[in-house]
Design a protein around this ligand. Structure first.
Ligand SMILES: [Zn+2]
Length: 468
C-alpha cells in the first residue's frame, strides 16, 4: 500500500520543484532522495559512474533484479510560478521543472518502496534498485551509467515519464551526438588590414552552409541542428579570431549516427580549409537509440490497465481548464501519440475533457520517434519499458511554462503516485510470471542480433557540463 508513504513522496517532489537544478548539479534533489531511501532501509551508492549526483539505491538480494529509473534535473528559462496560468517568473529562480523530472524521480522511488514491501511480505528473493539518474536534459547521465556497467546485472528496467496522456510508450528514439566546433583564425583590422585576417566566423558560417547542403543527401529521419555559441565578439571591425558552433546530430541507429557525424566533421574541416583557419572538434554528448521491448511493454500495459487512470475531482478539472485555455486546440490535436489505437476517441477526449482521464490503448511499433533520450542506452543493456503518465492539463507539452506551473498540483501528484503503482504492479507481474523476463531478454537478444552495446561516448570522456 502506497498510502503510508504519500506525504513523504509529495514532500520530496515539492522539494525538487522548489530546488530546480541543472544536469550533474542536482545536489539538493539527489541528496534529499538518497537520504530518504537510506532512511527506508535501502543501501545507497552515490557518485555512480563519476556523475557526482547519480545514485543507486538497493534493497533485497538475489534475482530478479528490477531497476526503476528516476530523474531530477530542470531546465533553464522556465522559472514559472506554481499554479499561475499566465507566464510569470518564480522570483529568484533561473530554472524550472519543465519536463516534470521532480515527479519522475519520486515516482520511481514510490515504485521501489512498493516492490520492496511486496518482496518483504512474500519473503522471497529479489532485488529492488532505484536509480537516481542525473542530467537527462543535457549531459547523458544514464549513458555514462550504462557505459560503465551499472545496469549490467539487471533483469528489467522500468521507468515512466510525466506526460499529457496515460499510456505505454512505444517505439524507438533517435541516437544522437552533440559536439562543439571551435574555429581559430587570425585577428586583424577588418578595414585596414583584412588581408592579414583569417576569420573564424567565416568558417562557422561556411560550415553551416555546407551542412545545409548536406541535408539534401541525408535520410529523411536524420536531423542536424546547430547553434552559434560564440560568434567571435560584437565588433564587426575586427576579423574574428575565434568562433564556435554547437551541433546536434541525430539518426535512427548508433552506426548511422556515427556515420553522419563523420560527414558533418568533414564539412567542418572543409570550412576550415576554405578559410585558412583551424578547427577543434570537442565531443559533448552521445545517446543511443531506444531498443523497444514488446514483452516488457505488454507487462506494463497489463499493469496500467489494472491500476487505471486516476480519478479527477471537479476542482482538478477546473484547474486544468485554466491551463488548457492557454494553448490552441489545433496545436493539441496535431500532437497525438502515434501508437494510440483509438485516435478518434482520443481526439474527442481532447476536445471534450480538460485533461486525459482515461487509459489510452497503444499498439507495439518499431517506429522511431523524433528525439532522443538516455533511456535508450539502458535499453541496449537490459530489457526496458516506459509508461507515460498524465500529470497535466491537455494543451502545452513538455518544456513549457505551463508544465512548470502545474508541477505541484494535485493532478501532478496523482500522476506521480499512479506511476509508482503502475511500475510496481508491472514488477510484481515479473515476479509472478518469470517467463515474461525470459521473453523480454530473448527479445532484446534477437533485436540486437549479436551486436554488442557500445556507448557513443568515447571512453575518455567523463560526465561534464559546459557553462550554461
Ligand atoms: Zn524529460
Amino acid at each position: 500500500m502506497l498510502e503510508r508513504y504519500i506525504d513523504d513522496l509529495i514532500a520530496l517532489a515539492e522539494y525538487a520543484w522548489s530546488h530546480p537544478e541543472p544536469g550533474f548539479r542536482e545536489h539538493e534533489c539527489s541528496r534529499s532522495q538518497a537520504d530518504y531511501l537510506r532512511e527506508q532501509g535501502f543501501a545507497v551508492t552515490e557518485n555512480v559512474a563519476d556523475t557526482v549526483t547519480g545514485y543507486m539505491a538497493e534493497w533485497g538480494h538475489g534475482r530478479p533484479v528490477i531497476a526503476f529509473l528516476g530523474e531530477f534535473d530542470a531546465l533553464y528559462g522556465l522559472e514559472q510560478r506554481a499554479d499561475c496560468a499566465e507566464p510569470s517568473p518564480e522570483p529568484g529562480q533561473r530554472m524550472g521543472q519543465g519536463c516534470g523530472h521532480h515527479l519522475l524521480g519520486v515516482g520511481a522511488i514510490a515504485a521501489g518502496l512498493l516492490l520492496r514491501d511486496i518482496l518483504k511480505e512474500r519473503k522471497r528473493p529479489g532485488t529492488v534498485r532505484v536509480y537516481g539518474c542525473p542530467a537527462e536534459e543535457s549531459g547523458s547521465g544514464k549513458a555514462y551509467m550504462a557505459r560503465d556497467g551499472w545496469f549490467d546485472d539487471c533483469d528489467a528496467a522500468l521507468t515512466w515519464h510525466p506526460a499529457n496522456f496515460h499510456m505505454v510508450a512505444r517505439g524507438s528514439s533517435q541516437s544522437c551526438i552533440q559536439c562543439y566546433f571551435r574555429f581559430r583564425g587570425t585577428a586583424a583590422h577588418a578595414a585596414g588590414a583584412p588581408h592579414l585576417g583569417r576569420s573564424a566566423l567565416d568558417a562557422v558560417e561556411l560550415m553551416n552552409v555546407g551542412v545545409n547542403y548536406l541535408r539534401e543527401h541525408m535520410e529523411d529521419t536524420d536531423r542536424v541542428h546547430y547553434a552559434v555559441t560564440d560568434p567571435g565578439g560584437a565588433s564587426p571591425n575586427v576579423v574574428q579570431a575565434y568562433a564556435e558552433s554547437k551541433y546536434l546530430i541525430r539518426s535512427t541507429t548508433n552506426p548511422k549516427c556515427e556515420a553522419l557525424y563523420e560527414r558533418v566533421k568533414n564539412v567542418a574541416r572543409g570550412a576550415a580549409l576554405m578559410t585558412d583557419t583551424g578547427v577543434e572538434i570537442v565531443f559533448d554528448e552521445g545517446l543511443s537509440n531506444t531498443v523497444p521491448n514488446n514483452a516488457l511493454e505488454a507487462a506494463l500495459d497489463r499493469a496500467f490497465r489494472e491500476v487505471g487512470a486516476p480519478e479527477y475531482t471537479e476542482a482538478d478539472r477546473a484547474y486544468a481548464a485554466r491551463f488548457k485555455a492557454t494553448f490552441p486546440l489545433e496545436g493539441q490535436l496535431t500532437d497525438l501519440p502515434a501508437a494510440a489505437l483509438d485516435r478518434r476517441g482520443l481526439i474527442d477526449n481532447i476536445r471534450q475533457s480538460e485533461l486525459c482521464d482515461r487509459y489510452v490503448e497503444t499498439v507495439p511499433t518499431d517506429r522511431c520517434e523524433m528525439g532522443s533520450t538516455d533511456v535508450g542506452d539502458v535499453s541496449w543493456v537490459v530489457p526496458t519499458a516506459t509508461a507515460n503518465v498524465n500529470c497535466y492539463s491537455y494543451g502545452a507539452g513538455c518544456h513549457s511554462w505551463q508544465w512548470v506551473a502545474q508541477g505541484k498540483s494535485d493532478i501532478a501528484m496523482k500522476g506521480m503516485l499512479t506511476a509508482g503503482r503502475v511500475l510496481a504492479r508491472a514488477a510484481e507481474l515479473l515476479l509472478d510470471e518469470p517467463d515474461i523476463l525470459k521473453q523480454a531478454r530473448d527479445e532484446l537478444d534477437a533485436r540486437l542480433g549479436g551486436e554488442k552495446y557500445k556507448s557513443l561516448i568515447p571512453k575518455e570522456v567523463k560526465p561534464h557540463w559546459f557553462d550554461d
